[in-house]
Write a protein that binds this ligand. Structure first.
Ligand code: PGA
Length: 250
């Protein structure tokens, strides 16, 4: 059985004080949750403080990015060990905003994924097609390339521990969610491609859906057999709405 994972991607939002105040509220509102794993990904600057606040609770924290080199002259970058050192257990890799604005490619996603695993972090690897690609009917081709190149060369053990997040680019921050059927179709395809690469790990790997997930649409998405959780931007920023997502009705 795959345990559902509800992940909040805070993107470039919140000062340290704001971040701590939201996790403080969240800590008590979801304290009773045991059947869903919870992950919050604040900015780098808030990680340390947020970690102090969530220690001993059921909230995991993750970074939104890292660099693949262990240390050295890479001004402005953060190494996997540094991310781990702040208390993170997860790290987002290859979010579409990073691919779009910071030139990340499947090749850099692969390097970052392997470096994260070496440091003992669980990578959440983001994939997804743009609106143009969907309209050109090449969604599956795009997804297949992102999986095959971004996730190449993992050990069977690594292959089952990582998390994949399918986020159609046209659904991110637009209020336009993929329908549960549209999402399920790509999730099932993702699992199929993954099974060609890693066999049984495809049944264990968790595949999250992301793109305008909110308290109203979460239940129908989570009813789909291949959707194992959500990667949530906007609706994760406030404790009240994120609590509703973590406590979605089945
Ligand atoms: P959204 O963002 O929920 O605001 O659409 C999702 C994401 O980018 O991870």
């Amino acid at each position: 059985m795959r345990k559902p994972l509800m992940a909040g991607n805070w993107k470039m939002n919140k000062t340290v004080a704001e971040a701590v105040s939201v996790v403080k509220a969240l800590k008590s509102s979801i304290a009773d949750v045991t059947d869903v794993e919870v992950l919050i990904c604040p900015t780098f600057t808030a990680l340390y403080a947020v970690n102090n606040e969530v220690k001993g609770s059921n909230i995991n924290i993750g970074a939104q990015n890292l660099f693949w080199e262990p240390k050295g002259a890479f001004t402005g970058e953060i190494s996997p060990t540094m991310v781990k050192d702040t208390g993170c257990s997860y790290v987002l890799i290859g979010h579409s905003e990073r691919r779009q604005y910071f030139n990340e490619t499947d090749e850099t996603v692969n390097k970052k994924t392997k470096a994260a695993l070496v440091a003992g972090l669980i990578p959440v690897i983001c994939i997804g097609e743009t609106l143009k690609e969907r309209e050109q009917n090449i969604t599956f081709k795009v997804i297949e390339k992102q999986i095959k190149e971004g996730l190449a060369g993992l050990t069977p053990q690594q292959a089952e521990t990582i998390v994949i997040a399918y986020e159609p680019v046209w659904a991110i921050g637009t209020g336009k969610t993929a329908t549960p059927d549209q999402a399920q179709e790509v999730h099932a395809f993702t699992r199929k491609v993954y099974s060609q690469m890693y066999g049984d790990a495809s049944q264990k790997v968790r595949i999250l859906y992301g793109g305008s997930v909110n308290p109203t649409n979460v239940s129908d998405l989570m009813k789909q057999p291949d959707i194992d959780g959500g990667l949530v931007g906007g609706a994760s920023l406030e404790a009240e709405s994120f609590t509703k997502l973590v406590k979605y009705s089945k």
